[in-house]
Design a binder for this molecule. Structure first.
Ligand code: AMP
Ligand code: MN
Ligand code: MN
Length: 319
């Protein structure tokens, strides 16, 4: 990361009543970067409120949950709003209204599709995770505690798939080496985030694998809302499916299409080499080159057809 931005530093210093929000349906990086930054700002005397939707119990060990606001968003009047891991303003969900009425806004992110929607935009597409960007920012003005280190380490492990994805850089490892110098239970964190599965996750995994199809280097799974709910799973149990079906011989791209709770369709894509972010952006979504997603208004079957056609075109171009 380049030299630390003075304007950003000033904006954070001048904020007293600060709201920090992550993207809707928060993943490990959104939770970790939001709580890691919140713990840090609280420690330097700021009044901090965290706006995060419910997230997987896997991440409950990350400290600072008491800062998560459960009240009426209309009552919030922060003097600084910081969005983390959120590529576009609409991905803030209900917190968008708070963002819109706050004068000073900061957008800290690493999505290549980021729309630079804030007053100060700190977007590093080469960073492995927003947690990595948060580390670069806070090391300039804060002491890092064991709790902050554990949070940021979780975000990095989560978005790099355990230092495996191509977003992992020498700098990612340098930062991780600083973080594990603190009391960070790194084995437990890796196990919890990457490997352990609840019964519910396992049931939905079995269902997903039963529906797996592989053709032309593309693996895919479709799940309806009925299938998800009848397996006893919740929407927070779906996280590992798309990365798992990428780990199959001769597969270059994986697609997981499922019906959301609101009846809309979600498409998640992962790939080994194909640029899936371009396809996601084309349909109003976003993400990274090898991990991206989009929402569709049509049925799961229709969305699958559209996406597989798009993918077949690019996967065969690259072959
Ligand atoms: P997911 O497949 O939901 O795990 O998301 C993979 C990546 O794509 C993450 O970086 C997400 O933030 C991004 N992403 C997923 N869905 C959307 C969407 N509807 N709009 C913008 N970005 C998305
Ligand atoms: Mn995220
Ligand atoms: Mn991220």
């Amino acid at each position: 990361m380049e030299s630390y931005d003075i304007e950003l530093q000033e904006a954070i210093k001048n904020g007293n009543n600060i709201c920090i929000a992550g993207h809707i349906n928060p993943d490990g990086d959104a939770v970790s970067s939001a709580l890691g930054l919140a713990l840090c700002l609280k420690m330097i005397g700021k009044d901090v409120t965290v706006l995060l939707e419910d997230y997987s119990h896997k991440f409950y060990y990350i400290k600072g949950r008491e800062m998560i606001y459960k009240g009426d968003y209309d009552k919030l009047e922060p003097d600084l709003f910081i969005a983390v891991d959120c590529g576009s303003k609409d991905r803030l969900g209900d917190a968008q209204s708070v963002f819109d009425r706050t004068e000073n806004t900061i957008n800290i992110d690493h999505h290549i599709s980021n729309t630079e929607y804030a007053k100060y935009n700190v977007v590093y597409p080469n960073a492995s995770s927003t947690s990595e960007v948060v580390f670069e920012i806070i090391r300039n003005f804060s002491v890092i505690t064991d709790e902050i280190a554990s949070a940021l380490y979780t975000g990095i492990v989560s978005d790099t798939g355990g230092f495996k994805h191509n977003c992992t850089s020498p700098r990612t490892h340098e930062i991780a080496s600083v973080l594990i110098g603190f009391e960070v239970p790194y084995s437990e964190i890796q196990n919890k985030i990457l490997y352990s599965k609840s019964r519910e996750e396992l049931n939905i995994f079995i269902k997903a694998l039963n529906k797996l199809k592989i053709e032309n280097g593309i693996s895919r799974v479709i799940l309806t809302k009925k299938e998800i709910l009848e397996s006893g799973a919740t929407y927070k149990d779906l996280d590992g499916i798309v990365s798992f079906i990428l780990n199959i011989d001769d597969v270059d791209a994986a697609v997981f299409v499922y019906e959301k709770e609101n009846g809309k369709t979600k498409v998640s894509m992962r790939s080994i080499s194909t640029d899936v972010s371009g396809i996601a952006i084309k349909f109003g979504g976003g993400g990274h080159k090898l991990a991206a997603g989009a929402d569709f208004d049509c049925t799961v079957e229709e969305a699958e057809k559209i996406i597989v056609k798009e993918l077949e075109d690019v996967v065969s171009e690259g072959a």
